[in-house]
Design a protein around this ligand. Structure first.
Ligand code: ADP
Ligand code: MG
Length: 358
């Protein structure tokens, strides 16, 4: 390769086959997962803390050994390759730039480690900084750069090895909420512009929905669901996904558990002697929260005891205008209704690991 070659290689697909990581006795941190990630796509691994996201990412990166299973990059088995020869690169939480080095030296660092001559590595680093619109600030140290500028330097530093897949472990989680939203828009833009495969680990549903072409929802080392943000939000496969994504009520029916979006339920004053059926529930208002464009009402099924184990609580989103026209008071008896189309069945047990080609 020469200094004139393009800074990023062509993207690659990643395939995980029965990938397992067992640190010690007990259940594995990653439990025989199967997953295909399409070349050039933005994939988010999402799930609560401890579900195995970082372990999965570190195994792909080659920073963690694999207990069993395989990792394929464009059909090439990379499971046992050293990190530097896999065609992947990692971008860490809050960018992890070297504070004492200039942006240019940060970007050139890994080439220095590889023994590349000074002139060539600085030329390559300068080239990449130009590409992320940071050429003019190449001499600055990280502390002299804004959060957005630091992110671009971190991106350039990750891209200098010409990876086919960029791996990002909670890159935005240390930022303040405002900057986080700005930075994620920028990440998304760079991913599209570079056309690279991104695998981004996050515990934030909102972040994953904003970024991902494909979301992979994990729980206890297993994959619960793979799909587009729209698919996962509108058709959560399991009770876990419905509860973790939020915005859904989970209801018990004779036919099993169903999920209904909180904004797809209609609230009316209680009618007399209306029976609880599949498409309606009686409830009592227990909470009223003003949220701006809508009001979120917390509700409790009457007659169901409120313990730590039973989650009888429901919630309904009512538009601000609708609530203003007909406000509900705490303790008021109400009726919830929904259309059959608004309800979908949920697996209460964890579903089998899903393989999907996104
Ligand atoms: P996540 O990134 O989803 O929060 P991790 O992949 O970091 O989860 O961890 C998954 C599980 O593996 C957790 O139970 C965690 O405690 C355990 N774990 C992670 N790293 C190690 C390690 N180096 N040694 C032992 N257990 C680990
Ligand atoms: Mg993690």
């Amino acid at each position: 390769m020469t200094a004139a070659s393009p800074p990023s290689a062509s993207p690659a697909a990643i395939e995980l086959v029965a990938l397992t990581k067992r640190y010690a006795q007990g259940s594995p941190a990653v439990d025989s997962i199967n997953l295909r990630i399409k070349s050039g796509s933005y994939c988010c691994l999402l799930g609560p803390s401890g579900c195995g996201k970082s372990t999965t990412l570190r195994m792909i990166a080659g920073h963690e050994s694999v207990t069993s299973g395989d990792i394929l990059l464009d059909n090439r088995n990379i499971t046992d390759l050293p990190a530097a020869s896999r065609g992947t690169a990692m971008m860490f939480q809050s960018f992890a730039l070297f504070p004492h080095l200039s942006a240019l030296d940060n970007v050139a660092f890994s080439l220095k480690m590889k023994g590349m001559g000074k002139a060539e590595r600085l030329a390559r680093a300068r080239d990449l900084l130009e590409r992320v619109a940071m050429g003019a600030l190449a001499g600055r140290k990280p502390a002299e750069l804004s959060g957005g500028q630091q992110q671009r330097v971190a991106l350039a530093r990750a891209l200098i090895t010409q990876p086919k897949v960029l791996l990002l472990d909670e890159p935005l989680s240390a930022l303040d909420p405002f900057l986080r939203i700005q930075m994620r828009a920028e990440l998304r833009r760079w991913q599209k512009e570079l056309g690279l495969t991104f695998i981004h680990v996050t515990h934030s549903q909102e972040e994953a929905m904003a970024l991902a072409d494909t979301m992979v929802v994990m729980n206890h080392g297993l994959i619960e669901q793979v799909g587009s943000p729209h698919q996962v939000y509108n058709r959560p496969a399991s009770e876990f996904v419905a509860r973790f994504m939020g915005g859904h009520n989970v209801l018990d029916t004779p036919a099993g558990k169903i999920g209904v979006r909180t904004d797809h339920m209609r609230l009316t004053p209680a009618r007399q002697a209306a029976p609880d059926s599949l498409h309606n529930r009686r409830a009592v208002v227990t909470d009223v929260e003003y949220q701006g464009t809508y009001v979120l009402l917390g509700l409790q099924n009457p007659g169901v005891s409120r313990t730590a184990q039973t989650t009888a609580e429901l919630s309904v989103m009512v538009s601000e205008a609708e609530f203003a026209a007909r406000p509900y008071a705490l303790g008021e008896a109400v009726q919830l209704t929904w259309t059959p189309e608004a309800a979908h069945s949920l697996q209460s047990e964890r579903c089998a690991p899903v393989t999907a080609t996104a």
